[in-house]
Design a protein around this ligand. Structure first.
Ligand code: NAP
Length: 244
């Protein structure tokens, strides 16, 4: 097996995903830019190439089984294994003018379709390839808004942040899945962790966000490149554990 590490980042055509790809490429890792829109994937590749990085595009829409299956088959054919899967693709669809109790079922379903079921299906499709790695790493992009502990605690930084309930609960589910999967993988070389990137200036985070995207990718990159005795089944921001 080649010593060159291979990483797939979903939703890597922009935002934290693209920056994660850039920072992994800086570490001499071969990055596969997952994008649901192939043209956007190619634009991202062109941007990275201009900066001197080698990258490849992979079409993957995490809400479409056939697309996930094809992407996994392509990686298997070309590389035979995968070292790093960054489950970054995500949506925030809540109508923030609606109360928690009035958020539409369509919003709940579509949010979970991408953020939760899409993440699970992608993980299932690529796990056989990650198991073939000497150091498989799965990073699930969560959010501090997925912390049930902080949501329930009066005075916490997110206690009053209840305008994106579908998004927040989908990330709580991602956290729970991370713990379940980590237990299964305990005696393997595959680690799985959840990352809160921070509040980051992207299309999702908005201009008012407190962190630049270069900082926002750091937590995921660190978890994607954990050493052999590093943790698994954790929920972290910038090297520190967050309350579940
Ligand atoms: N920004 C923040 O402050 C913040 C905070 C906490 C957590 N996060 C999490 O970090 C991750 C990245 O967020 P971001 O801020 O970079 O968001 P973003 O700029 O909106 O980018 C989201 C990415 O996900 C892709 N995507 C959406 N649905 C997809 C699907 N069905 N299949 C494949 N790709 C899909 C988008 O593709 P298109 O371009 O085609 O739409 C885009 O590439 C998300 O999981 C988010 O929840 C972000």
């Amino acid at each position: 097996m080649s010593t060159q590490k291979i990483a797939l980042i979903t939703g890597a055509n922009k935002g934290i995903g693209l920056e994660t790809a850039r920072q992994l490429a800086q570490k001499n890792i071969t990055v596969l830019i997952g994008a649901r829109d192939e043209a956007k994937g190619e634009e991202a590749i062109a941007e990275l190439r201009k900066e001197g990085f080698e990258a490849r595009a992979i079409a993957i829409d995490v809400t479409k089984s056939e697309s996930i299956r094809k992407a996994a088959a392509q990686v298997e054919k070309e590389f035979g294994h995968l070292d790093i899967l960054v489950n970054n693709a995500g949506v925030m669809l809540d109508d923030e003018d609606r109360k928690v109790s009035e958020q539409s079922l369509d919003v709940w379903r579509d949010t979970f379709g991408t953020n939760f079921f899409g993440l699970i299906e992608t993980t299932q499709a690529f796990l056989p390839l990650l198991r073939k790695s000497d150091a498989g790493r799965i990073v699930n992009l969560s959010s501090i808004l997925g912390s049930i502990t902080l949501h329930a605690k009066p005075g916490s930084p997110i206690y009053d942040s209840k305008t994106t309930a579908a998004y927040s609960v989908s990330k709580s589910a991602v956290n729970a899945y991370t713990v379940q999967l980590a237990r299964e993988l305990k005696d393997t070389k595959v680690k799985v962790n959840a990352a809160h990137p921070g509040w980051v200036k992207t299309d999702m985070g908005g201009e008012g966000a407190s962190m630049e995207v270069s900082e926002g990718a750091k937590t995921g990159v660190a978890l994607a490149t954990l050493v052999a005795d590093g943790p698994s089944g954790t929920y972290q921001h910038m090297g520190k554990d967050l309350p579940w």
